[in-house]
Write a protein that binds this ligand. Structure first.
Ligand SMILES: Nc1nc2c(ncn2[C@@H]2O[C@H](COP(=O)(O)OP(=O)(O)OP(=O)(O)O)[C@@H](O)[C@H]2O)c(=O)[nH]1
Length: 312
């Protein structure tokens, strides 16, 4: 994996209120977007100026591909150093950020969007970006539209919309704020109620991991919560841009695992993942084997795997 810090084009931004044409979305495994089609937003707003931004580091795995003219209106980052010409699909998925005020949703969305300057606040609340993960392109539309504090009797339609439209959800809490952790659990329950029958990718994110001294929620608590609520877990620091690329690449992998099935995704990933040693692989295999016959072990393995965003 390489880090490419070349200048890149600004990612597409939308206002949350701007309707997104449903035809853009890949809710089904068979849907593939025609890369020759112009962006729907480019059609509705052809005059929209696009300024250049520098790409943030995005962990250690970012690389931008400015030569791709068919996707000129979108920014991309890649988890691979390989040539992307082999990419075989380009689906679009909505990822909704949920969580209390001040936990860092906008900051995470800003990093996703490629906003680097500290004092530059994201002006919009919906961002589109194409990621190349394990050699395949996927476009995410990250929605930072959640309004947490609807009062009793107030119209909750925007919350309902958020709970309906996502192909994946990122529930953020701050590790320095226990009440935000409690809210995250409530949000998980609300989401489960709203989308009962669906096996949605949901990632619980403990943000602000850099604030070591004011930590109120231990990493083990986050992990245990993810096991109980059957979702994935990662700690991030938007300030240090730690684990942010891993988070969004993990979202892509979780979407694909549900779309393609476990074997296909894991095989594809293994081609690209060369860092894992034979010993690590063998340990993981043995853990699973033992877990099949041991309920308690199964919980242990699940708690280990809940922070591996590349497996189901
Ligand atoms: N130290 C530290 N501060 C962070 C981190 N992420 C966000 N912040 C700060 O926390 C504050 C709130 O961040 P936002 O991104 O606006 O949080 P939000 O969840 O979008 O908040 P609302 O828009 O009110 O819902 C800002 O001052 C950020 O700079 C982080 O990882 N570490």
């Amino acid at each position: 994996m390489t880090l490419n810090t070349q200048r890149e084009k600004e990612p597409l931004r939308r206002r949350g209120s701007t309707p997104i044409p449903p035809a853009k979305f890949c809710q089904h495994s068979s849907w593939t977007r025609d890369p020759q089609l112009p962006s729907p937003s480019a059609q509705t707003n052809p005059e929209k100026p696009r300024t250049q931004r520098s790409h943030p580091p995005l962990g250690q795995s970012a690389s931008y591909h400015p030569g791709d003219k068919s996707l000129h209106y979108r920014a991309q980052w890649s988890s691979d150093s390989e040539d992307d010409s082999q990419s075989d699909s380009d689906c679009v998925h909505r990822v909704v950020l949920l969580g209390d005020h001040g936990v860092g949703k906008t900051s995470l969305a800003g990093i996703f969007a490629g906003i680097t300057e500290k004092d530059e606040q994201p002006g919009e609340d919906t961002y589109e970006r194409t990621l190349t993960v394990d050699g395949e392109k996927t476009t995410l539309i990250v929605m930072d539209t959640w309004e947490n504090d609807k009062l009793e009797g107030e119209d909750s339609s925007s919350q309902d919309d958020c709970l309906k439209v996502g192909s994946a959800y990122v529930i953020v809490y701050s590790v320095t704020d226990r009440s935000s952790f409690d809210s995250a659990s409530e949000l998980r329950i609300t989401l489960r109620r709203a989308r009962q029958a669906e096996n949605l990718p949901i990632i619980l994110v403990g943000n602000k991991s850099d604030l070591v001294r004011s930590r109120e929620v231990a990493v083990e608590e986050g992990r245990a919560c993810a096991v109980v609520f059957d979702c994935k877990f990662i700690e991030t620091s938007a300030s240090l841009q730690h684990n942010v690329s891993e988070l969004f690449e993990g979202v892509v992998r979780q979407i694909r695992l549900r779309r393609d099935g476990r074997e296909v995704v894991e095989r594809r990933r293994s081609i690209y993942k060369r860092k894992e040693s034979v010993t690590q692989k063998a340990r993981r295999f043995l853990d699973r084997l033992v877990a099949r016959n041991n309920q308690r072990m199964a919980v242990k393995v699940r708690s280990k795997s809940c922070h591996d965003l590349a497996v189901l």
